[in-house]
Structure formats: structure tokens, C-alpha cells
Design a protein around this ligand. Structure first.
Ligand SMILES: [Zn+2]
Length: 315
């Protein structure tokens, strides 16, 4: 498990590949993450790694592959073992699609190049005072983008029917990647995991700032377990008898999530209610605890935590 002194990107690992592409080493310094980083620091990294979007993807292919490989190695270090191709594909999706936002540079570099070319067109025209010769890299790059976006109808720039913005093109690529994830799910469980982890707000836990003061943090070991569960990486080498309820616990952690042994289910329920109550208190919503009247005619059933002014779906 990496600790805070880990150099996440192991920059030296791919320096030769960077220099072989003719990219100045100094230009890569912004990617360097060293000392004092939490695994969360990995997450916003790849979008910055689109590697000189002004260069055609075919010119940076080897470097992009090395970069992706370095990110995958780092992820495997964090989760404590190898991740399958399917889990890596899942990790490369945005958090809102059940991934880790570790977008593949190889997959997104065609979009980056086309957007860069498009937004600088007027500036180039201004500088040259006459239209430059059409770039020979545009058509092959559109073809690569069409493959990544699963849009075979995109043959030239004019065929692209979404705005030429990085966000829009990357969204189409991400959706194609998500469909590929569903289609290649090795088991029904994998498919269910992909679908459930892409539900609205399911990935919110990855977007919060880990704050010890606010209680919004996970210890390294907890974070590792959550990542393995999120990516469908087994937490155990095989199934085993649950020490709490003596039923069979699976290797992927599904049993532990719902195990009711040793009052775990009640403890989890109370912990969630307490967290909601504390959050409502800190927002000055005057929540009340154990208020009777949860069910009509059942005075013994209490609200765990109730917000008085709550009506319908708003305060
Ligand atoms: Zn159990």
C-alpha cells in the first residue's frame, strides 16, 4: 500500500519515451506528483496528461501508451494487486460512470488534437495572413476518434455532429467506453456492478475532499478496500465462512456489505442515521431524533432523525 511518500507517477519510468518523442522534459514537470500525496491525488491527474494536444496522436502514440501504463501500474500499487482489463476499463471512466476518472490518454488524444486544431484555427490564420495548407493529420485523427467514439459515420470533421469541445467529444468517447464495459462484462455481477456504480451520485465518494476535520476521510486500508469493491477486484482469494453469521462470504465483498451478523446491519443503519443527523445539525436544520409517528397507528415506531420543515422534496 503506498504511503504519503510514494511518487505516484514514477515519472522517471517513462522519461526515455517522452524524450524519444521530441517533447522537452521540462514540459512534463506539471505532471510530477511527489511526496505528501494521498491516493486521491491520482484522480485528477490524467485529464492533464493529454500530452501536448497540438501534436497528432500518431506522433505521441508510444508516449501515450507509456503514460497509460504508468497510471495503471500506480493504480495496481494502490489496490495492492493486478487489475483485470475489465477493471482497468472501468477505472478509465469518469466517476459519474462508475470509474475513477483515470482517462486513457491513448483513447482521448484524438479528441484533444482535433479540438486544439479547431480552436487555434483563427489564430493561425491571423499569424500566417493566409490559410495554411490543410493538415494531413486531420482525416486519420477523425478516423481514430470515430473508432474510440464508436461512431463509424464520422469520416471527416464536418461529419462530427457534436460541438468540437474537449468536454463534448470526451463525453461521446466515455459513453462508448461505458457501453464496451457493459458488453464485455465477464459475469452478471460485473454488469450489475457497472450499472449500479454509474447511478446518479454513486461516485460522489470519490469527488469529496478528504478532510479529517469534517470526518470526510478514509484510511489507506479502507480506501483500498473501497477501490477493490468499486472496480470488481476480489478482496479475498476465495470465498470463506463468515465469522459473524457463518454463511458463505464471497471473495468480492458482497456478503460483508449486507452481513447482519453481530448486529452489524443495525450498527450500519445507526451510523448512517447519526451521520445524516449530524450533517443536518451542522446546517442548522434543527433535526429531531427518535420522534414518534413514523407509521400511522404505530406510536412505537420512531423517526430516526426528522427535519420538521421538510415538505415534499424541499425545505
Ligand atoms: Zn456474515
Amino acid at each position: 500500500m503506498p504511503h504519503r511518500s510514494t511518487r505516484l507517477l514514477r515519472v522517471g519510468f517513462w522519461r526515455p519515451a517522452i524524450e524519444a518523442e521530441g517533447i522537452p522534459w521540462s514540459a512534463t514537470q506539471r505532471w510530477r506528483l511527489s511526496g505528501g500525496v494521498h491516493p486521491f491525488a491520482l484522480l485528477p491527474c490524467p485529464p492533464q496528461g493529454l500530452l501536448h494536444p497540438s501534436r497528432p496522436p500518431s506522433h505521441i502514440q508510444r508516449t501515450a501508451a507509456e503514460f497509460d501504463r504508468a497510471i495503471r501500474c500506480t493504480l495496481e500499487t494502490i489496490v495492492g494487486g493486478p487489475v483485470s482489463h475489465w477493471s482497468w476499463l472501468k477505472a478509465s471512466l469518469p466517476c459519474s460512470r462508475g470509474g475513477l476518472n483515470l482517462r486513457s490518454v491513448l483513447r482521448h488524444s484524438p479528441a484533444a488534437f482535433l479540438v486544439s486544431t479547431s480552436v487555434t484555427k483563427s489564430l493561425v490564420l491571423q499569424i500566417l495572413a493566409s490559410p495554411p495548407d490543410p493538415s494531413p493529420h486531420i482525416t486519420p485523427t477523425v478516423s481514430r476518434l470515430a473508432t474510440e467514439a464508436a461512431r463509424p459515420d464520422w469520416k471527416c470533421l464536418d461529419d462530427i455532429d457534436v460541438p468540437l469541445w474537449q468536454k463534448c467529444l470526451s463525453h461521446v468517447v466515455d459513453e462508448a467506453c461505458f457501453q464496451q464495459l457493459l458488453d464485455s462484462a465477464p459475469t452478471c455481477r460485473s454488469r450489475a456492478l457497472a450499472l449500479s456504480s454509474s447511478l446518479p451520485h454513486a461516485g460522489d465518494w470519490l469527488n469529496i475532499i478528504p478532510s479529517t476535520t469534517l470526518g470526510l476521510h478514509l484510511h489507506d486500508r479502507e480506501f483500498q478496500c473501497c477501490l477493490r469493491y468499486w472496480l470488481g477486484v476480489p478482496l479475498h482469494s476465495s470465498s470463506y465462512p463468515c465469522p459473524e453469521c457463518h454463511l458463505t462470504a464471497d471473495a468480492y465483498g458482497d456478503h460483508q456489505v449486507g452481513c447482519g451478523g453481530d448486529r452489524d446491519r443495525i450498527s450500519r443503519h445507526n451510523a448512517v442515521c447519526d451521520a445524516i443527523h449530524a450533517a443536518a445539525q451542522s446546517a442548522a436544520l434543527a433535526p429531531s431524533k427518535e420522534t414518534p409517528g413514523l407509521l400511522p397507528g404505530s406510536p412505537g415506531r420512531h423517526f430516526q432523525s426528522m427535519l420538521e420543515p421538510w415538505t415534499s422534496d424541499r425545505l
